[in-house]
Design a protein around this ligand. Structure first.
Ligand SMILES: *Cc1c(COP(=O)(O)O)cnc(C)c1O
Length: 241
């Protein structure tokens, strides 16, 4: 058995980081959801998270998610998919996940719609935007999101809920400015789209990870996806005992 007691401390520390950012930006604590990214740890983490009331969990690969979804605690969680998704994996994701943050192309949205409809579910979908136009990252180009959203809006089985992005890596103060700029662009885009599409529920902004979530919250994030700071590095923890 792995000892996941350290998770409680991590959760407390992230919660206070979130609270501080919320207060700095005059927002409400209830408007920011902490999503625990569990990709680096095993299924045994689930009861530990449940114990501290973290019920939103995210995975970026089906192969790793599968074992966790087989765990008896899995039904107590809301499942978020955040990784790049091949069309042939959609049939596994649609029946089990509640949110897909990484809808990065139209044909994927169509496939999600098709599978969700087939299994009688509605998936909450965020369009991933490659704001910084990094070649190695996935996502719609900023200029293409509006027309895509327009075409996808009426599809059954998916509810378009907002936007997601991954900011560039941050190592200096100069980077921090750039990262903040990326978050700001996403926020502006989401606000514009919500109005343009007349879609009140297009209200979610998934942005911010361990390294940059305070910035993301200051810029309007409604979901932060936190791995390292919450569940730590499994390797070092195992090595300690
Ligand atoms: C791994 C991952 C995260 C979490 O990153 P940390 O630095 O561990 O907090 C967030 N979003 C995506 C898409 C990821 O793949």
């Amino acid at each position: 058995m792995l000892d996941y007691a350290y998770i409680k401390d991590n959760v407390i520390s992230v919660q206070s980081g979130v609270k501080a950012a919320v207060e700095r930006s005059n927002r409400l604590l209830d408007d920011v959801r902490i999503v625990a990214v569990t990709k680096s740890v095993g299924p045994e983490v689930l009861p530990a998270l449940l114990e501290v009331n973290v019920v939103d969990v995210a995975e970026n690969r089906w192969q790793i998610a599968r074992d966790k979804l087989a765990h008896p605690s899995s039904t107590a969680f809301r499942w978020h998919f955040i990784g790049s998704l091949q069309l042939n994996k959609v049939k596994y994701i649609a029946p089990r996940f509640d949110w897909v943050h990484s809808a990065d192309r139209e044909e994927l949205c169509v496939a999600l719609s098709h599978e969700a409809t087939r299994v009688g579910r509605t998936l909450q979908v965020l369009l991933q935007v490659n704001v910084a136009e990094e070649p190695q990252k996935h996502g719609f180009q900023v200029d293409h999101v509006a027309s895509a959203a327009n075409r996808l809006m009426g599809l059954p089985g998916i509810a378009l809920r907002g936007l997601m992005t991954m900011a560039p890596a941050m190592t200096s103060d100069e980077d921090a400015k750039r990262v903040r700029g990326v978050f700001r662009v996403l926020r502006q885009l989401q606000t514009d789209l919500k109005q343009r599409l007349s879609l009140e529920t297009f209200d979610q902004l998934s942005m911010g990870m361990s390294s940059d979530y305070p910035l993301a919250i200051e810029e309007g994030a409604t979901m932060v996806r936190i791995g390292r700071d919450l569940v730590g590095e499994r390797m070092s923890k195992e090595g300690e005992s």
